[in-house]
Design a protein around this ligand. Structure first.
Ligand SMILES: *Cc1c(COP(=O)(O)O)cnc(C)c1O
Length: 844
C-alpha cells in the first residue's frame, strides 16, 4: 500500500430526540437487555457487527444520516422510548423483598473481588468460566437490588483473540483496547477530580487509576496502573489478563487486593462483607489487617475482625488454578507493607502455608485463614475442596470442616434466547419475577408443541447461518481451496434444521477432554454420516497460550475436521467468546460435557444450554450431578464417571457413544425421522422446567445472601463493636486454647453398660483434663448411630453432655437394636462463625 493510511474518525452529533442513546450505551444492562441492543442494531446492522456489538463505539461511528433518519422514524422512536422506559424503571427499582429479609441497605454492603469479569464481548476482561460467573453474579445482584459493589482489574490487552491457522495452530492475537471505547468511565471524587490511589509494591509507589463500569445498579471498579506517573514496568502490571510470570501475577494481585481496598476507601464505600472470588484477590485480607493494626489492634485480633466479615469461594480442584508464590517474592514485593501488620514476618508468611513446602505462599491458604465463610461451587466440589484443604482443620474430618458449597448458576436474561423471551411474553406473563419458583416453571408444558418446536428450529437455523459464515471466513483466510470450503459447509448450507446438532465449547484445558468422543473415530464417523439420521458436531474454545497440550487438542480437531470422513460433519470454530458462546448454547440440540471427574468444580455452559431447551449429555460431575433427572422427568443424559484411570477414558467414551447412538439419535429423530419428535420435545421441556429455576444466578446469589453475606455482615458487626471487643476476646481465647489443647484429654469416669433394656437410658459420665481451660471452653458430645452396609458409621442423634461439678454427663435414649456411639470434645466460643473453625477435636 503506497504511503501512510491516516486515520480520521468523523463523530456524529446525536440528535436531541435520541439524546439518551448514550445512556443506553454506557450501562452494561445492554449485555442482557435485548431491547436495548436492538435499538442500536436496528440503526445499522452491519456497523453494529463491525463494532463487535459495542454500543459506545457504535455511537461514534454511526453516520449522521442514519441518526437523522431514525429521529424522524416513528417506528424506531417507539422502540427507542420503549427500551428507555424499561431502562429507567429497572434502575429506579428497589431491593427485592427476598433481599430485604436478610440484608439492610444503608447498613449492609457486599464488596465482591475477582480477577476477571465476563459481562459482554464488548468488555474483554475475561478468559472463561470464572469471569462469566463473576459477571453473572453482578448482574443477578443488580436484578435483586442487592447492596453490592465489585472490584477488578482493567486489562489493556484483555484476553487474546483466537484464530486457527491452516494447519490447526492456535494463533493468539493480543486485543489492545482503547479505553475510551469501552463501557467505562473514570471514577471521580465529589469535586470532579480523577480519583487515584497509591500502592507500595517492592521499593516503589505505584499509582492506580479507578475506572467504573455500571452493571445495572451495580458499580464495578476496575484498577489500572497504566499511568504516565508510573515507570514503564509498573505501567504494564495490569496489561494482560493472566499474562507474564509469577512476578507479574503477584503484582497484579497486590493491585487487586491492596489497591482494591484502598480504592473503596477513597470512594467512601464501606462494605460490611467482603467476597474473595477465587484466591487471586486474597491480599485484600492483608490490607484490611493493616488498617486494623493501624487503629490499634494486635495482629491476631485484627485477623479475627477481618476474617469474620470475609467470604471466600474456591473454584477449581486443578492445582494450576491456585496461585503459589515463593516467600522471597512476598518479602520483596511487600517490603514496604510487611512492617505494618503488627506481627513478625514469619507469622505473616505463615498465613500462606499449605504444608507442601517451607517456602510456599499459597493464595488459597491465605484466603481460607483470612475468611470465616468458605465454599466450593457445587456439592461435589464442596466435598473435593474440603478434602484438598483438610490440613487447615487437622483434627476435623473433611465432611465436617467449614467448607460448604453454593452451586453456580447462570444469568438467565443474558443467556436465554430472544425467541424464548418473546414466547414467554405471550405464554408466561410475569415470568421475570418467578426465577426462584420451581412450580411456576411447570408452565413450560403449556407452550403448544408447534410453537416450542418452531423456536428450537429457529435458534438452530440462526446458529447454522453464523457457523457457515465463521467457517468460510476462517478457511478463506487460511487459503483453503474453495472446493474444500464448499465441502466443509455443504451440510450447513441447506440451513437444514432437521439434522441433529451436537455442541462442545469451553476452555480447552486438558481435563475437559475435548477429544474424548474421538477415541473411536470410525464409530463417530458412522454416527455423524448416517444417511437417514445424520448429525454434526461443533467444537469451539481457546487454550491458554502457555498450555501446549490444550493447543494440541485444537490442532487434532482441526485436522479431523478436514478428513474425508469428517469434513462437513465436524467443525473446529475459532474465536470463542461470549457472543459465540451465546449462539452455541441456544442453537445446538445437544450439549456435550465430558470432564475428568471430579475436576469440573461446577461448569456452567451446560446450564446455559439447558435453560434454552438444549439437552445435556454430560459426565455426572459438578452441577450436572445435581441437575440431572432420570425418568419420569428425564431432562438429559448422564455419563457415569469411571474411577479407574487406566480404563476411564475408554469406558466413558464408550458410554458417550452408546448414549448418542442408542438414546439421543433415535429419540431426537423419532419414528418419522423428522427430528424434534414429541419424545425429544419432552426432554427439552423437562430441561427448561427443571433447570431454569434451579440453576440461574438469582438463586445462586440468594444462596450467598442467606448462607454467607448476611452471617458475615452480622458477625463482622458483632466482632467490631465496642472497639473490637469481641474480636480481641476471640483472638485471646483462641491463643489460650491452642496452647492448652495438646494437654486436654478425656476419659470415661465409669464404664457404661453395653446392653440396656427398652425404656432404659445409657448413662455416660466423662472426666476431662482441661489443662487450664475453663469447662465452658469446650463442648463434649456423644454421637449415636448405626453402621451401614459398608460399615460406615451413620450418626442418628447427637447429645451434648452437661457439665456439673467437674464431670460431664448425659442420659442417652438409644433408638433400638444395635447401636454405636462416639464421644468427642472440641473448643467452643460463641463468637466463632463455625463450631469447628479452630480445627481441633479430641475423641474418646
Ligand atoms: C459459560 C462460558 C464458559 C464456561 O463454560 P464451562 O462449560 O463451565 O467450562 C467459558 N467461556 C465462555 C465464553 C462462556 O460463556
Amino acid at each position: 500500500m503506497p504511503g501512510t493510511l491516516f486515520r480520521l474518525e468523523l463523530r456524529p452529533q446525536i440528535p436531541p430526540a435520541l439524546s439518551r442513546l448514550s445512556d443506553l450505551a454506557s450501562n452494561l444492562m445492554y449485555s442482557w437487555d435485548r431491547d436495548i441492543r436492538g435499538v442500536f442494531w436496528r440503526l445499522d446492522k452491519d456497523l453494529w457487527r463491525a463494532c463487535g456489538n459495542n454500543p459506545k463505539l457504535f455511537l461514534r461511528r454511526v453516520s449522521q444520516a442514519v441518526l437523522e433518519a431514525a429521529a424522524d422514524d416513528d417506528d424506531f422512536l417507539q422502540d427507542y422510548h420503549g427500551a428507555l422506559a424499561a431502562y429507567d424503571s429497572y434502575l429506579a427499582a428497589d431491593a427485592k423483598p427476598a433481599v430485604l429479609a436478610h440484608l439492610q441497605p444503608g447498613q449492609d454492603l457486599i464488596a465482591y473481588f475477582c480477577a476477571e469479569f465476563g459481562l459482554h464481548e464488548s468488555l474483554p476482561i475475561y478468559s472463561g468460566g470464572l469471569g462469566i460467573l463473576a459477571g453473572d453474579h453482578c448482574k443477578a445482584a443488580s436484578d435483586l437490588g442487592l447492596p453490592f459493589v465489585a472490584v477488578g482489574l482493567l486489562y489493556r490487552e484483555g484476553y487474546f483473540i483466537q484464530t486457527i491457522d491452516g494447519v490447526g495452530r492456535q494463533v493468539a492475537t493480543p486485543q489492545t483496547a482503547n479505553f475510551d471505547e469501552l463501557p467505562i468511565r473514570l471514577a471521580r471524587d465529589a469535586t470532579g477530580n480523577e480519583l487515584r490511589v497509591a500502592v507500595p509494591i517492592a521499593d516503589r509507589i505505584v499509582q492506580l487509576r479507578i475506572w467504573q463500569a455500571d452493571i445495572g445498579h451495580i458499580p464495578l471498579y476496575l484498577l489500572d496502573s497504566d499511568l504516565p506517573d508510573n515507570s514503564e514496568a509498573d505501567r504494564s502490571i495490569t496489561f494482560q489478563l493472566y499474562g507474564g510470570n509469577t512476578d507479574t501475577r503477584i503484582q497484579q494481585e497486590i493491585v487487586l487486593g491492596v489497591g482494591g481496598v484502598r480504592a473503596l476507601r477513597a470512594l467512601g464505600v464501606a462494605p460490611s462483607a467482603w467476597h474473595i472470588n477465587e484466591g487471586h484477590a486474597a491480599f485484600l485480607i492483608l490490607e484490611r489487617v493493616r488498617e486494623q493494626v493501624a487503629r490499634g489492634l494486635d495482629f491476631d485480633s485484627a485477623l479475627e475482625n477481618v476474617a469474620a466479615g470475609t467470604v471466600f469461594t474456591t473454584h477449581t480442584p486443578v492445582p494450576a488454578g491456585h496461585d503459589i508464590f515463593h516467600h522471597a517474592q512476598v518479602q520483596w514485593f511487600f517490603q514496604q507493607l510487611l512492617p505494618h501488620y503488627g506481627a513478625d514476618e514469619a507469622r505473616v508468611l505463615a498465613l500462606g502455608a499449605d504444608g507442601h513446602g517451607e517456602t510456599r505462599f499459597n493464595m488459597t491458604a491465605l484466603a481460607l485463614r483470612g475468611s470465616r465463610h468458605h465454599n466450593g461451587v457445587s456439592k461435589i466440589h464442596g466435598g473435593v475442596a474440603s478434602t484438598m484443604e483438610r490440613s487447615l482443620w487437622p483434627q476435623i474430618t473433611p465432611a465436617e470442616n467449614p467448607i460448604g458449597s453454593v452451586t453456580n448458576g447462570v444469568h438467565l436474561h443474558t443467556f436465554i434466547a430472544r425467541a424464548w423471551t418473546q414466547l414467554f411474553h405471550d405464554s408466561l406473563r410475569g415470568w421475570r419475577n418467578q426465577l426462584l419458583d420451581i412450580d411456576y416453571w411447570q408452565r413450560i408444558d403449556e407452550i403448544p408443541d408447534h410453537r416450542f418446536r418452531a423456536v428450537r428450529r429457529q435458534l438452530k437455523r440462526d446458529l447454522l447461518i453464523d457457523i457457515v459464515e465463521r467457517i468460510e471466513r476462517q478457511h478463506r483466510r487460511n487459503e483453503l481451496p474453495e472446493a474444500l470450503i464448499a465441502q466443509a459447509t455443504q451440510h450447513l448450507r441447506t440451513h437444514d434444521t432437521r439434522t441433529l446438532v451436537l455442541g462442545f465449547a469451553r476452555r480447552f484445558a486438558t481435563y475437559k477432554r475435548a477429544t474424548l468422543i474421538l477415541r473411536d473415530p470410525a464409530r463417530l464417523s458412522r454416527l455423524l454420516n448416517d444417511a437417514q439420521r445424520p448429525a454434526i458436531l461443533i467444537f469451539a474454545g481457546k487454550a491458554h497460550p502457555k498450555d501446549q497440550p490444550g493447543q494440541d487438542l485444537i490442532r487434532q480437531l482441526h485436522e479431523m475436521s478436514l478428513r474425508p470422513e469428517f469434513i462437513g460433519r465436524l467443525f473446529m470454530v475459532e474465536g470463542y467468546d461470549m457472543l459465540l458462546a451465546r449462539n452455541l448454547v441456544q442453537g445446538c440440540d445437544v450439549w456435550l460435557n465430558n470432564p475428568e471427574y471430579p475436576m469440573e468444580a461446577s461448569g456452567t455452559s451446560g446450564e446455559k444450554a439447558g435453560i434454552n431447551g438444549v439437552v445435556n449429555v454430560s459426565v455426572m460431575d459438578g452441577w450436572w450431578a445435581e441437575g440431572y433427572q432420570p425418568e419420569p422427568q428425564q431432562n438429559g443424559f448422564a455419563i457415569v464417571p469411571v474411577l479407574d484411570p487406566n480404563i476411564r477414558d475408554a469406558e466413558e467414551a464408550r458410554q458417550l457413544l452408546d448414549l448418542l447412538e442408542r438414546e439421543v439419535v433415535p429419540r431426537y429423530y423419532g419414528a418419522d425421522g423428522d427430528g424434534y419428535s414429541a419424545e425429544w420435545l419432552r426432554l427439552s421441556r423437562n430441561s427448561m422446567k427443571s433447570l431454569i429455576p434451579r440453576f440461574n444466578s438469582s438463586r445462586q446469589v440468594m444462596d450467598y445472601v442467606r448462607g454467607y453475606y448476611a452471617p458475615a455482615s452480622a458477625a463482622a458487626r458483632r466482632l467490631d463493636a465496642d472497639d473490637a471487643a469481641q474480636a480481641r476476646e476471640l483472638a485471646a481465647w483462641k491463643q489460650r486454647v491452642r496452647q492448652a489443647w495438646p494437654g486436654v484429654s478425656m476419659r470415661l469416669a465409669q464404664t457404661p453398660s453395653s446392653v440396656v433394656a427398652a425404656g432404659e437410658r445409657l448413662r455416660l459420665l466423662v472426666d476431662v483434663e482441661l489443662n487450664g481451660l475453663d469447662a465452658r471452653d469446650l463442648v463434649v458430645e456423644c454421637r449415636v448411630g448405626r453402621l451401614d452396609a459398608h460399615n460406615q458409621f451413620v450418626v442418628q442423634q447427637v447429645v451434648t453432655l452437661a457439665v456439673d461439678d467437674g464431670r460431664w454427663r448425659a442420659d442417652v435414649e438409644p433408638l433400638c437394636g444395635l447401636q454405636h456411639y462416639q464421644i468427642r470434645a472440641y473448643p467452643h466460643h460463641r463468637a466463632q462463625a463455625h463450631r469447628f473453625e479452630m480445627g481441633l477435636m479430641i475423641w474418646l
